[in-house]
Design a protein around this ligand. Structure first.
Ligand SMILES: Nc1ncnc2c1ncn2[C@@H]1O[C@H](COP(=O)(O)OP(=O)(O)OP(=O)(O)O)[C@@H](O)[C@H]1O
Length: 231
């Protein structure tokens, strides 16, 4: 479904992603792991077309998308939940959600109700400013907003970072359900190894901008964790 071949991503002249080749199949859950600064966020930004330059090939359902602008990649089916959530603090929850629908192939005039089944709290807070929600509620809003673009693949950057444990569990359960019950393909950047193990089919460990190891999640051994992930 998504195929990266020999992809390099640049910040100006600095090559932050080097010769990355990765495949994510339809309905798969891939966790991207690695220490701070190894290029996990850069990988997601590269897939989304948010880098100043990117070489190599990125194919979505067989079609090359590496020449496409970010908004066209969103229309083609890539949904993004960025690190830090990217909520517009002065917009209401309703307005933040409506923004997500603009990226869908057929923009909705109202907010489809299924997101409130996943995150009921958002329904109660529709008129509240996004910036007045708790961190966990903002993360739920960011995921709901991305889902309203009707993505084929959801890319999430550390969605459980800095969130209180009971909401972390809810978010993890929703993502696992979206993948297993609804067949949504997910690429997750995560430091939380337990969540990655519980949710993923496969993992890729990055090191200095390259893929160091990529395998089925059952192969994520304690040795690998110690040599590539533990600080
Ligand atoms: N806007 C930028 N301009 C220049 N270099 C950048 C920029 N953003 C990140 N980098 C560099 O690119 C490399 C990869 O950074 P990236 O944020 O992708 O790592 P990461 O694995 O997501 O880290 P973290 O776990 O801390 O979020 C780092 O060396 C970083 O300093």
């Amino acid at each position: 479904m998504l195929e990266l071949s020999d992809v390099d991503g640049f910040y100006g002249r600095s090559r932050a992603l080097q010769s990355v080749s990765l495949t994510v199949g339809e309905g798969e859950f891939l966790s991207v792991l690695g220490r701070n600064g190894v290029g996990k966020t850069t990988l997601l930004r590269t897939i989304l077309g948010l880098m100043s330059r990117c070489t190599g090939s990125i194919r979505l359902d067989g079609a090359e998308i590496n020449h496409l602008a970010t908004h066209k990649r969103a229309r083609a089916g890539l949904g993004y939940v960025p690190q830090g959530r990217g909520i517009l603090p002065n917009f209401t929850v309703r307005e933040n959600l409506l923004l997500g629908t603009f990226a869908a192939q057929k923009p909705a005039r109202s907010i489809p109700g299924h997101v409130f089944d996943l995150f009921p709290v958002l329904k109660d807070f529709l008129g509240r400013r996004g910036g007045d929600l708790s961190g966990g509620q903002q993360q739920q809003l960011a995921i709901a907003r991305a889902l309203l673009s009707e993505p084929k693949i959801l890319l999430l950057d550390e969605p459980t970072e800095g969130i209180q444990p009971n909401i972390v569990e809810q978010i993890e359960d929703v993502l696992i359900d979206l993948n297993r019950k609804h067949g949504l393909t997910i690429i997750l950047v995560e430091q939380n190894i337990n969540f990655a193990r519980r949710a993923s089919d496969r993992f890729a460990i990055l090191n200095r901008g390259s893929v160091a190891v990529s395998d089925g999640i059952g192969a994520l051994s304690d040795d690998l964790i110690h040599s590539h992930l533990v600080v």
